[in-house]
Design a protein around this ligand. Structure first.
Ligand code: UDP
Ligand code: MG
Length: 340
């Protein structure tokens, strides 16, 4: 299959209101700014509304608008990865369909990518979101940029344009727990952030509920930071040191009864309460640490199972076979050897 100048991946979940508005705004701008050699791949992430029908309708009018339909709702990250597996552009972009990511910035990133900046990503400098959510977003990016195993740009979402080479490198990564913004910074190549203000959605609600946001944050931590695991060891070491000091003070008390070091801790009457508080504190920590270990074990289990990131039931428009082993395409589903 021949290549195109640009592929744009648009993940959609129940976006029957936003998708037509998005296409109405994006198509003319792509035509005037990029030329005619582009495709938009809308990934329908198991929507229950008319999103899939809208894609088919637009494809009938303009075959450059194509669709990849997932067999159920696999989540935003899976949908993005599924779309990337079908892209044939020399440059590939990812954008949400709710117009929170400006098309003008997309074009700016495309131009920079054409000039050799292989990974261009949007930086959400201002976001129109509730204060509590903004706080947790900042906390997440602060923690990630300070603890990640590689450079992790702050406030960079999935909105980006990448070169074919960078995309191929990402598609080659075998992991199933895929967070695009992490994989994208991991592959390296020349990278640049493009600041922009993120407005509110024009219509509909965010498809990210609290559980999905927590899952996304954990995907980042467990996938790209060893810090939580290391913290357990560092804490164990610190507690061991404190225990050693208390032991020393006991010995000194016994040898020199008039010289009381840490007397409150080792001899006086509030001892029982102290023991209880210390015991409960450490029990609490122990369970938190077990939880952290559990998270990493969960991801290892997920990887060992090796299930694909997403299952595609049908595609609309001229698309190649999936370019990634982590996305199962419709032909693979119908050619399954276990089927009679
Ligand atoms: N999305 C998706 N699957 C999901 C959740 C979201 O494909 O399970 C899409 C959604 O339709 C949108 C994009 O991912 O185009 C970003 O989602 P949303 O706008 O809800 O996230 P937010 O902007 O609030 O972070
Ligand atoms: Mg949004």
């Amino acid at each position: 299959m021949s290549t195109l100048d640009f592929s744009l991946i648009v993940p959609c979940y129940n976006e029957q209101d936003m998708l037509p508005l998005f296409l109405q705004e994006a198509v003319p701008q792509l035509d005037t700014q990029i030329g005619r050699s582009w495709e938009i791949i809308v990934v329908d992430d198991g929507s229950q509304d008319n999103t899939a029908a809208i894609v088919a309708l637009h494809n009938a009018k303009d075959p450059r608008i194509k669709g990849v339909f997932l067999s159920r709702n696999f989540g935003h990250q899976a949908a993005v990865n599924a779309g990337l597996a079908y892209a044939i552009g020399d440059a590939v972009g990812v954008i949400d369909c709710d117009l929170q990511d400006p098309i003008a910035v997309l074009i700016e990133m495309y131009n920079a990518c054409s000039q050799g900046v292989e990974v261009c990503y949007g930086i959400r400098q201002k976001r129109d979101a509730p204060a509590l959510l903004r706080f947790f977003y900042s906390l997440f990016y602060w923690l990630m940029s300070n603890t990640s195993n590689h450079a992790w740009p702050r406030d960079a979402g999935d909105f980006c344009v990448m070169s074919r080479r960078a995309l191929n490198a990402i598609l080659l990564l075998p992991e199933r727990s895929r967070m695009l913004r992490g994989l994208r910074s991991w592959v390296g190549f020349p990278q640049k952030g493009f600041p922009y203000a993120r407005p509110r959605r024009l219509s509909g609600r965010s498809k990210y509920n609290i559980r999905k946001l927590v899952d996304l944050a954990l995907l980042g931590f467990v996938g790209f930071s060893d810090a939580p695991l290391r913290l357990i060891g560092v804490f164990g070491f610190a507690v061991g040191l404190v225990a050693l000091l208390i032991m020393l003070s006991v010995v000194i008390n016994r040898l020199f009864p008039h010289f009381t070091l840490l007397g409150y801790w080792v001899g006086s009457s509030p001892m029982a309460a102290t023991i209880l508080v210390v015991f409960l504190f450490f029990m609490g920590l122990l369970f938190i640490f077990l939880g952290i270990l559990g998270e990493y074990i969960r991801v290892v289990l997920h990887e060992v199972k090796g299930r694909p990131v997403a299952l595609v039931t049908t595609t609309v428009g001229s698309l190649p076979a999936s370019n990634s082993t982590s996305v199962v395409s419709p032909t693979e589903v119908s050619n399954c050897p276990c089927e009679k």
